[in-house]
Design a protein around this ligand. Sequence first.
Ligand SMILES: [Zn+2]
Length: 223
Amino acid sequence: MSDIQHRPGNDATRYVTASSEHLVSCHSCGLVQPLAHTIEKQRCTRCDAIVHRRHSDSIARTWALLVSAAILYIPANLFPITHTSSILGSEDDTIMTGVALFWNDGDYPLAVVIFIASILVPILKLLSLAFLTISVQRRSSWQPRQRTTLFRIVDGIGRWSMLDVFVITLTVVLVRFESLAVITAGPGTLAFASVVVLTMIASMQFDPRLIWDNVDQPGKRHD
Ligand SMILES: [Zn+2]
């Protein structure tokens, strides 16, 4: 929450944040109050909710969730995501063999959508969040604006990540209607859904204000 203040006689724009003014805002009722320097958790003077300057343990929590998501990314790709059984026999498909199957059948758009949504996007999100967390940990002051934009993109993609689970469900429904084959979701689906959910929570735990904490110096412009 930064605010721009113009000081008379000073043409440089000064950025004032609640933190730089030793203030903290309550997440429950919005009351802005002085930041207490106590070891105990500070409580809101008006509504008694716990107030904190930044998301508590943001970096540790983001890492824990990212590492879990990265581990689950392996079974999500190795284990079958669909199990097809028909008179001709049964077949297990992982995400990659599924993509290959659609591609070979000439369903190029579907193959591309599944490849982007279930292989490319999850790995790019994991890498981007890891990069942002490392940069904050190293107290980097490099390109804060671009890093904030990257975070916004990662956070925004989150709500579309379930698209792939949706595509799988839709395929299952369509195939069930059109053929005698019976398709059920494989164990990879659970791992994949976990990757999506864990990455989504990881991006919620990451506090983008931490990016600016390392560059915020009074009297300095960032753009
Ligand atoms: Zn409050």
